[in-house]
Design a protein around this ligand. Sequence first.
Ligand code: SAM
Length: 238
Amino acid sequence: MNNNENGNELYPVLGAVPFLNEPTNSDWRDAVKQLPSSCVDLVVTDPPYGISYQSNMRKEKHKKIVGDDSLDWLEGWVVELKRLCKPEAHLYIFCSWHYVDVFKQTIQNHFNIKNILIWDKKGFGMGDLEGDYAPSYEMVIFCSNGSKKLNGGRDSNILRTVRTNNENHPTEKPVNLIRYFIEKSSNKGDVVLDTFAGSFSTAKAAKETCRNFLCFEIDADYCAKARQLLMGVAPGLF
Ligand SMILES: C[S@@+](CC[C@H](N)C(=O)[O-])C[C@H]1O[C@@H](n2cnc3c(N)ncnc32)[C@H](O)[C@@H]1O
């Protein structure tokens, strides 16, 4: 997967990185120190939203999301993404309405925010059943580091696909949605980065579409589960 059509090695510099295409149990702040500048073609990531989220959907509750109590990591994270991204990279950053203004203000100092995509989850979450509107969407901040075109041209900025049942993680994103982003904004053999991997949905989508992945998750349990899940995924099946 690391060779281009002419058989040349695309990322010789990444060959020495131990966690290329491995679900990696690490704080992103430590892992990125081993990565060279301008090595990433595409970022698809789902950071903590800064809302102290804990799911109440199950009898046996999921753990709280690490890093969700404050956004003090945000500026340093965006600066590091800027260092890692190639000049033409696209970025898809999941976000909720609560702090989208903070995310936007920080990101736009470093990248060109092209759009905010709406993911219509085709179902309602929990919450105040009488005094509020039912939450049924999430946002994805779509950014460009240059002037790269989308594969297959322009689509709607409203994307409709059902939410997951959060079997593997409290905020698990649909692999088909991530696969769509990967196919719109990268090519086979490219490198996709996810610094907040959770259930490693980005890694799974990257593997299915024959892209390389760099995916980091701080929680050892999620990472162990992902290793098992990913073993069963054949590259380019879909
Ligand atoms: C919103 S969830 C991502 C869910 C993921 N998109 C999925 O589909 O399962 C954010 C994840 O980032 C992880 N995380 C938080 N801080 C981190 C850090 N400093 N380094 C690596 N992972 C971190 C959390 O443990 C959590 O699993």
